[in-house]
Design a binder for this molecule. Structure first.
Ligand code: HEM
Length: 350
């Protein structure tokens, strides 16, 4: 950044600034996305002693450690927070980029769009933001809090096995409209899903790894009910679903439906809430819940990656999933202060 240049480069800097101004390209002093962006950015001043002998001391607040500690508490209270935040990051990043637009309140904001009505975890992000605002005002963006908190939740929900280092330095968006929410639905075809991910700069393999997020959390029965009772108007179950699974799911998702019924997306009893590769093992055994989940194991473009992950080592999934989450975190990020801001409160624009 021009604003960080050293004295010996002053002449060059002046020339560069001039050139930028002439060309009308002047970017504000805000760094690009990078690991550890908040190092040396958040300080707290404490005062001790009585006047006139007061002493003040400024200490750095470790932003990432603050988020981690908060997430540890949140996870202890409710381990389903990992699933909630994974889904939140996906829904945030896929609509106008990773800019926390999903967090904004408003009559017509993204939060009110149908796919977001079952997104959870807003209060955890708001509470981390409040804690950080107490130490350093308007330094840490809500967009970064979502990404850091999700990373920590994933680590906790994997028993420390899935760890990835995130980049930070995002700004918060100022626009949030339900009409912008165009998220893929559970019956999207693999080819259309590939297109949707490609539009966000994510490849076919990234898409498969990221859908590995369905290794935790639940789906409402009504989103896949047809697969159990009346697939494509045949009055029969979906032939791509293991008949045993159909039998197991029917009592949980009766035909006379209670709209609130849910089942685990990963049908491995011991690890339905653990971030691991078990979801992929279920897919190769025809035990995927959503149509898109199962189709990943069938479609020519994705089936090989699915079986590689299922047959591979745990650490291979951990690595691939982590890398894909970092890529997801790069989608249409705002770093220019003319286009974004650091909110004071995650649910409100400044
Ligand atoms: C083609 C892409 C995707 C589709 C069609 C899709 C669809 C869905 C649907 C229909 C549900 C159930 C929602 C409900 O019952 O209320 C769900 C849940 C979930 N999704 Fe996805 N999803 C996709 C990609 C992703 C990605 C990329 C991630 C994360 C990296 C993700 C993480 C989750 C999680 C963790 C849940 C469970 C949430 C909870 O228990 O609160 N999904 N998804």
């Amino acid at each position: 950044m021009v604003c960080n240049m050293k004295n010996n480069n002053r002449v060059l800097a002046m020339a560069t600034i001039g050139l930028f101004l002439i060309l009308g390209l002047s970017e504000q002093c805000y760094g690009a996305l990078q690991p550890g962006y908040y190092n040396q950015k958040c300080f707290i001043t404490t005062t001790t002693g009585a006047w006139p002998l007061t002493k003040s001391q400024t200490t750095e607040v470790n932003v990432e450690a603050t988020v981690k500690a908060a997430m540890k508490l949140a996870f202890t209270n409710d381990s389903t927070i990992a699933a909630a935040l994974l889904r939140m990051q996906f829904h945030d990043c896929f609509v106008k980029g990773c800019d926390a637009s999903i967090l904004l309140d408003g009559k017509q904001s993204e939060k009110t769009a149908t796919p977001n009505l079952s997104v959870r975890g807003y209060e955890v992000i708001d509470s981390i933001k409040k804690t950080l605002e107490k130490s350093c005002r308007q330094v840490v963006s809500c967009a970064d809090i979502i990404v850091m908190a999700t990373r920590d939740a994933v680590s906790l929900a994997s028993g420390g096995k899935v760890n990835y280092g995130v980049e930070t330095g995002r700004l918060d968006g100022k626009v949030s409209n339900a009409s912008n929410v165009n998220l893929p639905g559970p019956t999207i075809s693999v080819s259309d899903s590939i297109k949707a991910f490609q539009q966000k700069g994510l490849g076919v393999n990234d898409m498969v790894y990221l859908l590995g997020g369905h290794t935790v959390g639940v789906a409402h029965c009504f989103l896949f009910q047809d697969r159990l009772y009346n697939f494509n108007g045949t009055n029969k179950p979906d032939p791509t679903m293991d008949p045993m699974l159909v039998k197991e799911l029917k009592p949980k998702c009766p035909q006379k439906l209670n709209i609130a019924n849910t089942v685990f997306l990963d049908q491995t009893p011991s690890s339905s809430m653990v971030v691991d590769k078990a979801y992929f093992n279920q897919l190769v055994r025809k035990r995927g819940i959503l149509k898109i989940d199962q189709d990943l194991a069938i479609a020519r473009q994705t089936k090989d990656v699915v079986s590689q992950l299922a047959g591979g080592k745990d650490y291979e999934f951990a690595q691939k999933f982590g890398q894909a989450m970092v890529k997801l975190g790069r989608v249409e990020v705002i770093t220019d202060t003319r286009k974004g801001e650091i909110r004071r409160s995650c649910n409100l624009k400044n």
